[in-house]
Design a protein around this ligand. Structure first.
Ligand SMILES: Nc1nc2c(ncn2[C@@H]2O[C@H](COP(=O)(O)OP(=O)(O)OP(=O)(O)O)[C@@H](O)[C@H]2O)c(=O)[nH]1
Length: 516
């Protein structure tokens, strides 16, 4: 990944938080859909139940009117009527009215002339209404008439009438009508015990309100809501959402009574229906916010921990690159700890490889490459600070013979012992190296000719000592060549060349000596 894409790469915290959102939001959406589905189900069940109530109430209305009709039918069989004893019939009708909560009973002849009206004393002159709709209906259809709401011409109050046609034996025709006060229908509604917020109305065929559960005095006689009247024309039953005159949204449920054609309409404020769903939705919103908050907080904390663990690996990784020892701190994140362990192992491998590259495998002291490197550094220091140093080249004498006589392993052991002897005579600032085969080199830092000669003497004596190897005393003295800086040369190459030459000269001199 390039540096540019790294800058735009999302952090682990951001990705964890996205994960939380990706888990919680779809679940919240699903819950919202379930709540909506539940609301629809509840709404449908509620509508069905309200419709059943409206239907039952419509039947109650028809039943109430049927009671009045049957009372009239019973009254019409009176012998007093048959015998035209209207005064006795009037008395009988008054008793019926009192019993049945009927406002008044009227007997009319075919011309519309009232013959008897229990609202007026018997015998007083009564009005004639030849073109009344009720008479027309009963005459033409010869059937029971149920009026719409009207204001009684004599009583001057709102009421409804039920009328039945009568036929005398002589074929004369007349009508018997009972008027009922609207309060009787208000009583039907009161018996239903609707919930307080329901408003139920009984509406006549003309769309006028006959009775109402609330504000009856105010609304009786007024037109029902236009939407309700419109629906009444179109269908016998229905449920729909609309608004009251004051703008309150309601669910309107209505059912038309079969006989009277009147309609019972129930208005239920939608607020009451929706409040439960709204409460559930709010609970869901709050739960979602809570879960999201908790989830994001946890994701943030986990992300922070992982981030710290990852950042904790940067320094060890850089140390590894610099060839330094690596010591990562554990942050309790397993994967990061595993990477830290890998860095530690890589560091150890790198240090080992570095060591192998710079040291002689057999003796463990520096090899030729490292000797040259360190010598060059020391030389540079001396050149800057006008210091001194000495380079010693050592070559074991007759080493081949030891190999040949005692075996290669014994030769190896001798080389190891020789390196130990070399190092034992050096200071910390000095350095011993194996150049290869039986050749060694020594750098003496900050020494002059006298000190160098002293060290060379000591080394020469020490190296000449026999080595105890496999119970044998083996001798391999060293020929030592010396080159001093700055006397022998001011470059690495010149110094090495000079030391090499000196060593060969020393070896040659020894060959010429007693052992040569
Ligand atoms: N055991 C052992 N022998 C080695 C190793 N490397 C080189 N040699 C042997 O060391 C010997 C060095 O040979 P030379 O220095 O030419 O012979 P020398 O007998 O020391 O002769 P002079 O130096 O003239 O005294 C050779 O026989 C190499 O095979 C090693 O790692 N182990």
């Amino acid at each position: 990944m390039t540096r540019l894409t790294l800058e735009f790469a999302a952090s682990i915290r951001f990705k964890l938080m996205l994960l939380v959102l990706a888990c919680i939001l779809p679940a919240a959406l699903l819950a919202a859909l379930l709540i909506d589905y539940d609301y629809q189900l509840t709404y449908d069940n509620f509508t069905r139940s309200a419709m059943a109530t409206a239907r039952a109430n419509a039947m109650e209305v028809d039943k109430e009117l049927a009671i009045v009709e049957s009372a009239l039918v019973g009254l019409s069989t009176s012998p007093d009527l048959r015998l035209r004893d209207l005064q006795a019939f009037d008395a009988q009708a008054r008793q019926l009215g009192a019993r049945q909560n009927i406002f008044n009973v009227v007997l009319e002849d075919a011309s519309g002339q009232q013959l008897m009206n229990t609202f007026r004393p018997y015998g007083v002159p009564l009005p004639r209404e030849p073109d009344s709709a009720s008479l027309k209906f009963m005459r033409e259809r010869d059937a029971t008439f149920i009026s719409s709401l009207f204001i009684g011409p004599v009583a001057q109050r709102q009421m409804v009438a039920v009328g039945i046609p009568l036929h005398s034996r002589e074929g004369a025709w007349c009508a018997l009508t009972a008027s009922i006060a609207v309060e009787r229908f208000g009583g039907i509604l009161r018996q239903q015990h609707y919930p307080d917020h329901w408003i139920t109305s009984i509406i006549d065929r003309g769309g006028r309100i006959v009775a109402r559960t609330a504000d009856m005095q105010r609304f009786v006689g007024t037109q029902a809501l236009p939407q309700v009247r419109e629906r009444m024309q179109q269908q016998a039953e229905g449920a729909f959402e609309t608004r009251t005159l004051d703008g309150t949204p309601i669910l309107a449920v209505m059912s038309r009574a079969v006989n009277s054609g009147w309609t019972v309409a129930i208005g239920i404020p939608l607020e009451n229906l929706k409040s439960e769903m709204r409460r559930k939705l709010w609970s869901l919103v709050l739960a979602t916010i809570g879960l999201l908050g908790a989830g994001l907080l946890i994701a943030w904390r986990i992300g922070t921990r992982i981030r710290r663990a990852m950042h904790g690996l940067i320094a060890p990784a850089l140390a590894l690159g610099a060839g330094e020892a690596v010591a990562p701190v554990s942050y309790g994140v397993r994967e990061a700890d595993e990477v830290g362990d890998a860095l530690v192992k890589a560091s150890a491998m790198l240090l080992r490889a570095q060591h192998q590259a710079n040291h002689d495998v057999l003796t463990g002291i520096a090899n030729r490459a490292m000797f040259h490197e360190v010598l060059a550094q020391q030389l540079a220091i001396c050149q800057r600070s006008h210091g001194t140093l000495a380079v010693l080249y050592l070559d074991l004498d007759h080493f081949k013979a030891i190999n040949d006589t005692h075996g290669h392993a014994a030769g190896d052991q001798l080389l190891i012992e020789a390196s130990v002897r070399l190092r034992s005579q050096l200071r910390k600032a000095d350095m011993a190296a194996r150049l290869g085969g039986d050749e060694f080199a020594v750098m003496l830092a900050d020494v002059g000719a006298a000190e160098t000669a002293h060290v060379v003497d000591k080394l020469s004596g020490l190296m000449a000592q026999p080595y105890q190897i496999d119970g044998l005393a083996l001798t391999a003295a060293a020929s030592i060549g010396v080159a001093l800086y700055p006397a022998a040369g001011d470059s690495l190459a010149l110094l090495l060349e000079a030391a090499d030459q000196a060593m060969y000269q020393a070896k040659a001199a020894r060959r010429l000596g007693p052992r040569g």
